[in-house]
Design a protein around this ligand. Structure first.
Ligand code: ARG
Length: 460
């Protein structure tokens, strides 16, 4: 028994292993909603142009509706012998409504059908991811507003550099994901173009109206070129690329969360519900969620590389290689959605340990640059000021004192330009408040930046 959909020219059945090897139904069945949606639009269009009768159209739509319910209820007889989601559904339709079911595929090929299905599916997933990104950004903005005055050490080389506000740090994260959000929206424009009507590769001889189908499916327009429409998968690569950037950003945030929850930093507390314990060490509370998100970036980068390599050097038009686009794309989507959900839930639950952050900023000579700037304002050249402050820091290390803890006399050993007013710049509060310009870490700037971020988000 050869495959019913294309067995006409074959004289022996497919090898049993080849049948398994070439089948995609075990993973492309998740496209069933979109496959059915595409088929209903196609049948509607065919009836509109007179290729199907209205009765035929109605029978097809009714049959597809029943099939959709069967699949949802887990009652659908999936068959690997029928290769993919398209032929499984079509065969079942013919079982249900007879010969009319066989007319559905008029003027269509699985090549334009699958290209359309993936775009419809990806478009819905993009919209779901869009909503999660907005939720994450909102959480970051709200937490930043709450923590606009909280002082922590800012780092370069992971060494204490200058004091910053925790709100400022959180808004840096917000900026990263805001760009990812923009990339997602941009990618959606190129996903939202309809391949249907390209048929196998050259178009079809039936008097189809692709504008009707595009409109029914909510596509921006029909794809311009049939060869390109069935073969191209760059939209999936583009999505995997922006997903990789997003996961890269989430991995950076994760890394900081992991560090900050450690006893050594002790900057934040993650509520128990986002952590797990150890089966041997009773004291442990591990930040598994950020660790896992950090780790999951790897598989998304891998999928990007798979998809790029899949498409490399493929001649026009459709090649079976393209069937390999689905698993990397699906796993990318599942991973992105999972990581975003975890982050969007977790961010608002972060509790800052303000005392501990403050203490860390105080310990690390984080206002040394402020002292140098102070000296410059008093007429000392910056290089000399750098040297003077360096000597003060060396003294502080020896004495176990931060700059702000030294007496005026102690400070004046290094420069006579230092006066009583130096203590205004040596405090952590003075240091952050002085960085009072757009993009700076001053609490007032953080509040203003949070408001702008909130406005940008609600204008989307
Ligand atoms: N399962 C196929 C895919 O995912 C559908 C298109 C098959 N077309 C073909 N001519 N074999 O790409």
């Amino acid at each position: 028994q050869t495959n019913q959909s294309w067995g006409g020219r074959f004289s022996e059945p497919t090898d049993a292993f080849v049948e398994q090897f070439t089948a995609s139904v075990n993973f492309d069945r998740r496209l069933f909603h979109h496959d059915i949606r595409g088929s209903i639009a196609h049948a509607t269009m065919l009836a509109r142009v007179g290729v199907l009768t209205l009765d035929e159209r109605d029978a097809i739509i009714q049959g597809l509706g029943e099939i959709e319910r069967e699949i949802e209820e887990g009652a659908f007889p999936w068959s690997v012998a029928l290769e993919d989601v398209h032929m499984n559904i079509e065969a079942r339709l013919t079982e249900k409504i007879g010969i009319t079911g066989k007319k559905l595929h008029t003027g269509r090929s699985r090549n334009d059908q699958i290209a359309t299905d993936i775009r419809l599916y990806l478009r819905d997933e993009i919209d779901a991811i869009d909503a999660e990104l907005a939720r994450l950004r909102d959480g970051l903005i709200e937490l930043a507003t709450r923590e606009a005055d909280t002082i922590m050490p800012g780092f370069t080389h992971l060494q204490t550099a200058q004091p910053v506000t925790f709100g400022h740090h959180l808004l840096a994260w917000q900026e990263m994901v805001a760009r990812d959000h923009e990339r997602l929206r941009d990618c959606r424009k190129r996903v939202n173009v309809m391949p249907l009507g390209a048929a196998a590769l050259a178009g079809t001889t039936y008097p189809i109206d692709r504008h009707v189908t595009a409109e029914l499916l909510g596509f921006e327009r029909p794809a311009e070129n049939s060869l390109d429409a069935v073969s191209d998968r760059d939209f999936a690569i583009e999505f995997a690329a922006l997903a990789s950037l997003l996961l890269m950003h989430l991995s950076r945030m994760s890394e900081e969360l992991v560090l900050w929850t450690s006893a050594q930093f002790d900057f934040i507390d993650l509520p128990d519900r986002f952590c797990t314990g150890s089966s041997i060490m009773p004291q442990k509370k591990n930040p598994d969620v950020p660790e896992l998100v950090r780790g999951k970036s790897g598989r998304v980068y891998g999928h990007l590389m798979s998809l790029l390599t899949l498409m490399k050097s493929q001649p026009l038009a459709y090649n079976k290689d393209n069937q390999e686009d689905k698993e990397p794309l699906f796993d990318t989507l599942d991973t992105v959605k999972g990581c975003l959900r975890a982050f969007a839930d977790m961010i608002p639950a972060i509790e800052a340990r303000a005392d501990s952050m403050y203490e860390a900023a105080r310990r690390g000579f984080s206002t040394a640059t402020d002292l140098a700037d102070y000296l410059v304002r008093a007429g000392v050249a910056f290089r000399d000021a750098h040297e003077i402050v360096g000597q003060s820091v060396a003294y502080g290390i020896e004495q176990g004192k931060d700059l702000s803890e030294m007496t005026l006399d102690e400070l004046r050993q290094f420069s006579a330009a230092i006066d009583e007013d130096v203590f205004e710049v040596l405090t952590l509060e003075g240091s952050v408040a002085a960085r009072n310009h757009i993009g700076g870490t001053a609490p007032d700037q953080v509040r203003a930046a949070a408001q702008r971020a909130r406005d940008a988000l609600s204008a989307l």
